[in-house]
Design a protein around this ligand. Sequence first.
Ligand SMILES: [Zn+2]
Length: 316
Amino acid sequence: MAGVQGAIPGDQLGFTLIHEHVACGSAGVLRSWPSLYGGHEHLVSEAARVLVDARAAGVRTIVDATTFDLGRDIGILREVAQRSGVQILACTGHWLFPAPTMLARTTDQLAELFTHDLVEGADGTEIRVAVIKVASEETVLPFEERVLVAAARASKATGAPILTHSATRNRVGEAQAAILEREGVDPARVVIGHSDDSTEFDYLDGLARRGYGLGMDRLPNGAMPEYGSQGVDDRLDMIVRLVDAGHADKLMVAHDDPIWALLLTDEDQRRHVVANPDRLAFVSRVALPGLQRRGLTDAVIRQITVDNPRAWLAGA
Ligand SMILES: [Zn+2]
């Protein structure tokens, strides 16, 4: 596994959160507008502080789901990993809202970019990413389909796992799965993300039966109305229901609550911190105890937090 500090053997990944962001904003903002976030040192030290706290709560590794268009700066990720002691796996791929340069690219060019980030290094460095992220909201738009096909090609060429951003209200994970399957990707290499936004058991059960991993990756955001009707307790209840249905080996967890959320207004950033003062320790301090109270065993918790991420990231 390519961590931002170098190779990590699968058995060294440990407790892994599969969808987080050290800093996420529009492409280029970190480099071009440091005063927006109080300068480089402030960004890195605040991120390290949050991750040191997560580490004290058991977290060993995070997947940073920040693509190039979300302002990824892989050198900053390496600095934050070094300072915090939390291992970071970076992402290539693409989120929503393509800028004109990206919109003008062919599928082959996108596949070339993703493969380059995975094999040679990202952002003009030799630091490699580990995961390919793709995204769709209401439906899979034409550019997003090109990204999915390019992701499939890069995954098949390199063995890299795929993480999706999916809006669950239109069951768009099924459309993503159809394209990835058509392109010959093994569902075991794919996590359909933001699945905990869904209220529909049969949608999630169906994806799991087809072999897809389910990212229950917005657990604290259940406290915020803009993430849909599933509150935090609803999300934990759905995890238990999926475990009871035999899908303990498909579930993975995370916060998707950026340490630096530069896509949001200052007011919304403050609202996130108020709603989730535990930051990236919420899973350890709130969600996992909640799952234990609902009857999940230590063995199942370990599966969800350690074994499943390792199998998805490093291959079974
Ligand atoms: Zn995210």
